[in-house]
Ligand binder design. Sequence first.
Ligand SMILES: Cc1ncc(COP(=O)(O)O)c(C=O)c1O
Length: 417
Amino acid sequence: MPDLAAHIRDVPVNQIREITEAAWGIPHAIVLSIGEPGFALPRHVLEAGMACLDRDETNYTPNAGVPALREAFADRFREQHGVDVGAERVYIVAGAQQGLHLAMSLLLSAGDEILIPNPGYPTFAMTSRLLHAVPVGYPLYPQYDFQPRIEDIEALVTPQTKVLMLNSPSNPLGAVLGEDLTRRLVELARRHDLWIISDECYEAFTYDVPHVSPVRFDSDAPGEARVFTSLTLSKTYGLTGLRIGALVCPPGLEKKMNNVMESIVSCVASPSQYAAIAALTGPQDYVRETYAHYRANRDAASAVLASKGIPYLSAQGAFYLWADVSHVSGGNVRSWVRQFLAESGVSFAPGTAFGSIGEGWIRIALCGAPEELVEGVGRLPARLTPPGEPMQGEQEVQREQLPKWGKESLVQRPAEP
Ligand SMILES: Cc1ncc(COP(=O)(O)O)c(C=O)c1O
């Protein structure tokens, strides 16, 4: 057999899949390791997809998607962000993952560097590697509420750096970038002439804080604009299996995008596109109900963690909780989650699935039934912090260079005795 492409071995293993597939093999396991909404889908959305099949409208669509769907995304974008991107800048893609691949394929040559969050969503590194580019993690430290610092990012910029990847609300952290920081990140990209890819998968789910899209601070002039916005209906409407989303691009790139799209998937399946039009333009009860569900789950799981003395980051968005289990994980959280699954029948995503700073942390998915969530989180061993014992994160990053955890911190820790 001939060799596989040499760089394929550099594409990292997805540790979320690794633990989740192990959990699916265990009867009655509580699976809190994957972010898959499990609600019945809105009927009008399913019917729109089926009506497309009934009409036998099953041919290729334009590369960029059917015009009515591009319009629907552009309208939604205008309502949400007050930015008029026009349908011609909206590219329909097979889910956010394909949108990320499309944007990276357009922007990255072999050896180019892309700055990605650490901790951050695993495919940011996987897709970069697949394209022969070099992912460089910018640190998100617990001491700064896992928010990026301009100086940390700037220190990593080299002549090879082409792209800055942002993700707010964040998977796995549930952290949200505020308006001021978002503006400063766009300014940083302008200063160093970088593209931005902004992954906004969870834009519909922020709790008591607004979602701010970097595109608000971008120029709209061709040649000046630098922000790609990645959107999906996988989370907002639970349409994970229909593979449908959009990439909002800077102006003037449509012809080039057509070529790249043609060489990847040509276009997205037409029933998915019609279902998406119904989702965006029809009743929004599904979004309201799931929002309330995630929020209630977040509060319930946070209360269980607090009662056990387990530090966690207060989630301001998305549907995950990021919790510190360094009191039990023994410096190898990837192996600990396997052991915990075998002993307790509950799966969590190991923090290392998202980068080195995730060592000692787990991500808890908040999508499922509240009873299972509370039961699963309730099986975590309590943390009885002896006075003076360092918390995880303080061990990981050079502690002396960082300020003490502030009173205002979003990282909830047990009170010091
Ligand atoms: C941050 C982030 N980006 C992209 C994706 C991929 O989403 P999609 O199902 O739309 O491809 C996910 C899915 O979990 C995600 O969390």
